[in-house]
Design a protein around this ligand. Structure first.
Ligand SMILES: Nc1ncnc2c1ncn2[C@@H]1O[C@H](COP(=O)(O)OP(=O)(O)OP(=O)(O)O)[C@@H](O)[C@H]1O
Ligand SMILES: [Mg+2]
Length: 295
């Protein structure tokens, strides 16, 4: 069910709700103030459940990256707390978080550091205790999965922006953590590689049971792949629900400064031009095609 919150409701609905047994991450009323005094997020509550794809959608500067960097202890809350797999994240526990929560950064160049692509993708598996041969095998499989196996011997510094992103995703995927958070995963990819990454995101969830968090202002992507959408504005989550619930709520999208996904725009146009009432809420191409078939 969709929930649109004011601050009071938000506390009632999310922060103090029962801890579900399928809950992997719980961000409990977290605020983050950067050293220069800027407010990154404010009293933000957020959960990641088992085997789900959740999209965090909001405009520039709304707090998406700040939220993601709290999920594996890269940033510490100024107020509130984060729990991962039932353990509160603190200086002691955050050392081990990288095994459970992988992050693909918004700026791929922040992610890569090893001399070659292969070294970079092998780094996580080696640290998890795999032998060199095993780590190499996993790294090659991950590079192949993202369609970047031909980059294996290259120096990360000399890769294009999109290639860096593919290698970053391969590096995190190689570790098979419980949760992968991706910041704007397809922002600099061509349509072919975007599709490969979308398919990998589904595979991570369906084949490996990994939960995926995506921060994005690409609502078309969110509509295609997310089970749940969280809308962020001014550092707080102002609503959450299924893609159909969120993307057919025009007032909410306007409040959050977001535009309707293309599929929703087309369906609206179709209904208006034919004088039809909006009977359905398609958010994917197959759903839209079904509406056209029904007439
Ligand atoms: N290192 C920093 N120092 C100071 N302020 C910061 C820093 N990083 C982010 N902010 C501020 O925190 C707020 C949230 O930024 P954040 O990067 O989380 O937004 P975002 O939703 O990821 O935006 P975008 O869509 O542009 O990536 C913004 O007002 C931003 O200016
Ligand atoms: Mg960002």
């Amino acid at each position: 069910m969709m929930a649109v919150f004011g601050r009071k409701d938000e506390e009632k609905l999310i922060c103090h709700s029962d801890l579900g047994h399928d809950e992997l991450i719980h961000v409990d009323c977290v605020s983050h103030v950067y050293p220069d005094g800027s407010l990154g997020i404010h009293n933000l509550c957020f959960k990641v459940r088992e085997r789900e794809i959740v999209a965090v959608c909001g405009g520039n500067g709304s707090g998406k990256s700040t939220l993601l960097e709290h999920l594996n202890g890269l940033l510490n809350p100024s107020d509130g707390c984060v729990s991962v797999l039932g353990r509160r994240v603190d200086e002691k526990t955050k050392k081990y978080l990288w095994k459970d929560v992988g992050i693909v950064f918004q700026r791929a160049e922040d992610q890569l550091f090893a001399p070659t692509v292969l070294d970079d993708v092998m780094f996580g598996p080696l640290n998890m205790g795999l032998s060199v041969d095993e780590a190499k095998k996993v790294a090659m499989e991950s590079l192949k999965a993202v369609g970047a196996e031909e980059l294996v011997s290259k120096m990360p510094n000399y890769l294009s922006g999109g290639q860096k992103r593919l290698v970053s995703i391969a590096g995190v995927f190689a570790m098979k953590p419980k949760v992968i958070a991706m910041d704007e995963p397809t922002s600099d990819l061509d349509p072919n590689h975007s599709e490969i990454i979308e398919n990998i995101i589904f595979e991570m969830k369906n084949k490996y049971g990994i939960s995926i968090v995506i921060a994005t202002h690409d609502l078309d992507l969110a509509a295609r792949i997310a089970d749940r959408i969280c809308v962020v504005k001014n550092g707080s989550i102002i609503a959450e629900g299924t893609p159909a619930e969120i993307f057919y709520n025009e007032a909410l999208l306007e409040e959050a400064g977001l535009r309707k996904p293309k599929i929703v725009q087309i369906y609206d146009e179709y209904c208006q031009s034919r004088g039809l009432a909006r009977m359905h809420r398609p958010v994917t191409l197959p759903e839209l095609a079904e509406c056209f078939r029904e007439g």
